[in-house]
Design a protein around this ligand. Structure first.
Ligand SMILES: Nc1ncnc2c1ncn2[C@@H]1O[C@H](COP(=O)(O)OP(=O)(O)OP(=O)(O)O)[C@@H](O)[C@H]1O
Ligand SMILES: [Mg+2]
Length: 435
């Protein structure tokens, strides 16, 4: 017979192995680092300019960064900081190489969500974050999933639970309850309204004193930060249910949205959410905070089935929130019902040689029309392999595999990213200016 203590023992063994695997994967210090990019990659794949134009510019302008020449002596290799410096300093055909950003707007927010496990959410979130950073954008990733796949892939392992989405939610409960209490005692009605009490088990955590930046951690990519998750954050679902009980008027689903509103508009360009495979307190926060909803799905029948029930349940949950909180929701930057700038479906792990996959994409296309993206993400050995090293295809050095294999896998993500970019740029333009 087994109890929770046996589970604990099994986990303790597993954790030892986990730390060994991480050491093997990253480095003895368990620090993830970002590689340099070759002049071929920088010109053709990143800045999208002719290689000879690039070499010509470097030859005549000594203020441009030099990169490093590696042993083979043939190519220069540039850090991402240097690539961004090139973007700032170079113009090609009088065009700036800086990425488009509508003036005066806050960062655009995109949630990668589906409750089907293994749909490819974390893989898509990781690759889009990397593709956007290579494209010159400043990215904030938010890991809403207690499995912490994205946090681990971005090299964050020792995260305290206070500094996760759970911490943001508990801090919001305290702040919102204080705000409501102050409003109630300030009311001129003559009858004093009841005060809600936050138990010391929560207020003693000191979360109310945490600053916005305490939740944000740097990653090995200089222009990507993350609000990480950690395994202990799994209890957030239980805790959130308790918290709602403490203050039923607390708009629990808007905690992360309020948090993100407090980040300066100009601090980031793109905020990407990786969601857990569930509809719960965390994913509702992600969905409520996002401008664009991106729904990845595998190309199988069961995945189609599951995606269908996901959007049904999400519709119901958002409808319920609107009804339940419509009258009490505090006036602010967002209102009820929740409005998305765009909703898209993205087929992942697609094999064009597979008849079933092709038939499923056709079915998706019939049902979702324009909402289905045109470029599915192909199933490739290269991505499967890089995933095993907790890395994206962008992080893997192309010399570590056949260049064509790497190119094909990268090409699939590049095309999906270009379409994603078109979607978020459009949504960004349409984002109403907020005070
Ligand atoms: N295009 C692809 N080619 C090859 N393997 C892929 C591809 N996309 C995802 N995978 C693999 O499929 C597995 C599941 O992917 P991923 O972790 O991204 O799914 P998820 O939706 O985030 O899962 P969860 O619901 O558990 O959070 C991973 O092992 C990943 O490496
Ligand atoms: Mg995941």
């Amino acid at each position: 017979m087994f109890t929770h203590e046996d589970l604990s023992q099994l986990q303790a063994n597993s954790l030892k192995m986990q730390s060994f695997i991480r050491q093997q994967t990253f480095s003895p210090e368990m620090d993830k680092s970002l590689r340099r990019f070759s002049s071929w990659e920088v010109a053709e794949l990143i800045l999208k300019i002719n290689q000879s134009t690039f070499r010509g510019r470097l030859a005549v302008d000594p203020s441009l960064p030099d990169g490093l020449v590696e042993e083979d002596g043939r190519q220069r290799w540039y850090s991402l900081e240097e690539v961004n410096e090139l973007r700032r300093k170079m113009k090609v055909k009088r065009q700036s190489l800086l990425p488009k950003r509508p003036a005066g707007k806050r960062a655009i927010r995109c949630a990668i969500a589906n409750f089907k496990g293994g749909a490819g959410k974390s893989t898509v979130a990781l690759h889009f974050a990397h593709a956007a950073a290579l494209d010159g954008y400043r990215v904030l990733a938010v890991d809403f999933d207690p499995q912490a796949t994205l946090s681990h892939s971005m090299g964050l392992t020792n995260v305290s639970e206070d500094h996760t989405v759970w911490g943001i939610m508990a801090r919001d409960l305290e702040r919102e309850t204080n705000r409501m209490n102050a409003a109630a005692s300030g009311a001129q009605s003559g009858t004093s309204l009841p005060q809600r009490r936050i138990p010391s088990s929560i207020s003693d955590l000191g979360l109310a004193d945490l600053r916005v930046n305490d939740f944000i951690k740097p990653t090995s990519w200089p222009t990507i930060d993350i609000v990480p998750s950690c395994a202990n954050a799994a209890f957030v679902e239980f805790a959130s249910a308790q918290y709602r009980h403490l203050n039923p008027e607390w708009s629990f689903f808007a905690a992360v949205s309020r948090y993100l509103d407090s980040i300066p508009d100009d601090a980031y360009d793109l905020i990407i959410f990786d969601c857990p495979p569930a509809i719960g307190y965390q994913s509702m926060n992600a969905v409520f905070a996002t401008d664009v909803l991106y729904i990845p799905s595998g190309p199988g029948y069961w995945e189609y089935d599951s995606t269908t029930s996901f959007i049904g349940q999400l519709a119901e949950a958002l409808g319920d929130l609107s009804e339940g909180f419509g009258k009490t929701f505090p006036a602010g930057k967002v209102s009820l019902p929740k409005v998305f700038q765009d909703i898209r479906f993205l087929v992942t792990r697609y094999e064009s040689s597979n008849d079933l996959h092709r038939a499923m994409v056709e079915a998706f296309s019939k049902v979702f029309g324009d909402r289905l993206t045109k470029n599915p993400i192909e199933m490739t050995r290269a991505v499967e392999q890089s995933g095993r090293f907790l890395s994206s295809i962008y992080e893997i050095d192309y010399r570590d595999m056949t260049r064509d294999t790497w190119r094909r896998a990268r090409g699939s993500f590049d095309r999906a990213y270009e379409e994603f970019k078109e979607t978020f740029l459009n949504a960004w333009e349409n984002l109403e200016d907020e005070q």
